[in-house]
Design a protein around this ligand. Structure first.
Ligand SMILES: Cc1cc2nc3c(=O)[nH]c(=O)nc-3n(C[C@H](O)[C@H](O)[C@H](O)COP(=O)(O)OP(=O)(O)OC[C@H]3O[C@@H](n4cnc5c(N)ncnc54)[C@H](O)[C@@H]3O)c2cc1C
Ligand code: FES
Length: 277
């Protein structure tokens, strides 16, 4: 249980892991996540389940701070100390008709199971994949059953130059969609939600709130949805992006920035150059 069976580097600082855990593999549904504690004195971090296969499940992790650096240092044969999951409400998968799904950065991993399930439910799915530049796209062959896949990069090195929400705005002028998803950095989800609101289109976003227990016990992950307080870990992580109070969400996301910076600096002093990223 919890053994890393396979690890693959997808881009600088972005790693794929297949982890042995029969229960999670059996129960996980698209949109759900797990909470890892990498080792006994580690913190708990939420990571999306990006696929299952028999007795194992897959995650794709982007190294952004101490805990994700530690996780990305692990190798096949190593074990994750604790894994809780599957957690959160699954995505609302059913037949809608025409669906637009946007994935940005490591959010590309999160949308894979959602896109595949929407296609299996008979939907026509168009996908926008967005990243900083060409080398940060990964697992793009897993979108081969989508109707159309559009690529967008910040620097124009692949596909259209620009941001995901700009491509979304363009597409919505040409085509009709029944519903949308946008998963990626908070700023991207906020911008896509504004485009969807302008076009009267329902849009699901998956909020990457700071979590501790992940089971509804602490309120650390609380967010304001339509002025009502919700817990991201049990009521979400997916919410209608048009109803999210993005300003309060982003302030809460950066509340430990100083401590996080310090923790990473101390860690790097101890381990040296992170050559494994
Ligand atoms: C439901 C959910 C699913 C997620 N899925 C993935 C995934 O599939 N792959 C992936 O790489 N990342 C995912 N994340 C984000 C991941 O949890 C954070 O990157 C990680 O916790 C950062 O920890 P750190 O110590 O490495 O970095 P830190 O130095 O602690 O933080 C770096 C930045 O990450 C954010 N962050 C910090 N702590 C958390 C936390 N507990 N939860 C969320 N964000 C945090 C903050 O904005 C912070 O500024 C997900 C988050 C949530 C809530
Ligand atoms: S993480 Fe504690 S309630 Fe959601």
């Amino acid at each position: 249980m919890n053994e890393i069976l396979e690890k693959k580097k997808l881009a600088y600082g972005v790693h794929l892991f297949w982890i042995k855990n029969e229960l999670i593999a059996k129960k996980a549904k698209p949109g759900q996540f797990v909470i890892f504690r990498t080792h006994d004195s580690g913190e708990r971090i939420p990571i999306t389940i990006a696929g299952v296969n028999n007795n194992k499940f897959r995650v794709i992790v982007k190294a952004v701070g101490k805990s994700t650096y530690e996780l990305c240092k692990l190798q096949p044969g190593d074990k994750i100390a604790d894994i809780s999951g599957p957690l959160g409400m699954p995505s609302e998968i059913k037949f809608y008709g025409k669906v637009l799904v946007v994935g940005g950065g490591v959010g590309i991993a999160t949308i894979i199971p959602i896109v595949q399930a929407l296609i299996s439910s008979g939907n026509d799915v168009d996908v926008i994949l967005a990243s900083r530049s060409r080398e940060f796209f990964f697992l793009t062959d897993e979108f081969e059953n989508a109707k159309n896949v559009y690529y967008v990069t910040d620097d124009g090195s692949f596909g259209d130059k620009g941001f995901a929400h700009e491509k979304m705005d363009k597409l919505l002028k040409e085509k009709q969609y029944d519903i949308a998803w946008a998963i990626g950095p908070a700023l991207m989800m906020k911008a896509c939600s504004e485009v969807a609101k302008k076009n009267n289109l329902k849009i699901w976003v998956s909020l990457n709130a700071i979590m501790v227990d992940g089971t509804g016990m602490c309120g650390g992950c609380r967010v304001l949805i339509n002025n009502e307080m919700k817990y991201t870990c049990v009521d979400g992580p997916e919410f209608d992006g048009r109803l999210v109070n993005w300003d309060s969400f982003m302030i809460r996301l950066s509340q430990y920035r100083e401590e996080e910076k310090l923790a990473l600096e101390r860690y790097l002093e101890k381990v040296g150059e992170p050559t494994w990223l």
